[in-house]
Design a protein around this ligand. Structure first.
Ligand SMILES: [Fe+2]
Ligand SMILES: [Fe+2]
Length: 281
């Protein structure tokens, strides 16, 4: 495997995290931060604020009354969730152009949204508190694919050709084609942005949760299973039409039984109908 930082450097300029997201991350770390501090930072970016409120009012969160201010959103969802929504909106806006690589970026983000909805529900059922992180980690699990489609379209084309010729999943085709892969490149970019270690490691290990550290393994397993469910229920496209094998260890770690899986599939399929809320336009 190539030195992943070098690969990332060779891709050229990358979007940098906007001040608003960086500032939110700083504020969250301080115990003195209040909901109105968060409101003040977000008021500098009205379009981001509007998108956050749109998501908060989607049926995934299921609140019976409308949430119309950031202060209310912070009180109800907490600082982390609001920061995570801001981060999600930024990344989806900045990684949505595919340069003639044959990779369908809109379908790709739909796959990511579907995975996030499913992961959120799986995590809700776990005893360990993972729900907040599960959604954003799942939304960003395949970030590396959008980086490749934007910055290395020829690599993306080569992988997609192998997917098609050999009828294998994307991450298997990568192994045969490149000296890096989407999991490590996505993780390297998140690391450069100083995102939480948990997010970085989930991205790196989402196809092999057993390789994650003991603390990250439960969440990496949730995202791994959610990716499989999103594929099986045809939510968007991850770049290939195949379904990776579910390992018994992953299934066990998610604490689900099959009726539970079916309930999650039904619920997220309904929420998935609103996936347009995640896009800027
Ligand atoms: Fe992946
Ligand atoms: Fe995926």
């Amino acid at each position: 495997m190539a030195d992943i930082r070098e690969v990332l450097d060779n891709f050229g300029d990358m979007p940098i995290l906007p001040d608003v997201v960086a500032k939110l991350t700083q504020l969250i770390a301080s115990p003195r931060t209040t909901a109105s501090d968060i409101n003040e930072i977000l008021s500098r970016d009205p379009s981001l604020t509007a998108r956050i409120l749109r998501l908060v009012n989607s049926s995934y969160y299921g609140f019976s009354r409308r949430i119309t201010t950031i202060t209310n959103a912070v009180v109800i969802l907490g600082f982390n969730q609001v920061r995570n929504l801001a981060l999600s909106a930024f990344i989806m806006d900045n990684f949505s152009v595919s340069k003639a690589s044959g990779f369908d970026m809109k379908a790709f983000w739909r796959h990511s949204i579907g995975t996030a909805l499913v992961a959120g529900h799986i995590a809700k059922g776990l005893r360990v508190k993972l729900e907040e992180d599960a959604f954003v980690c799942a939304l960003l699990h395949d970030l590396g694919k959008s980086v490749m489609a934007m910055k290395a379209p020829e690599d993306m084309r080569a992988v997609l050709a192998v997917v098609e010729a050999e009828r294998i999943v994307f991450h298997e085709a990568e192994k045969k084609t490149l000296d890096y892969d989407h999991a490590t490149i996505g993780a390297a970019l998140m690391e450069r942005w100083n995102l939480p270690e948990l997010m970085v490691e989930v991205a790196r290990c989402h196809h092999d949760p057993e390789s994650a550290s003991e603390e990250t393994r439960p969440l990496a397993s949730v995202v791994n299973f959610a990716d499989i469910i999103a594929r099986s229920t045809l939510m968007g496209s991850a770049g290939d039409p195949f379904i990776p094998r579910l390992s018994p260890e992953v299934f066990e770690r998610t604490g689900l039984n099959w009726p539970g899986v079916e309930a999650i599939m039904r619920r997220s399929a309904l929420e998935y109908r609103e996936s347009d809320l995640f896009f800027a336009t």
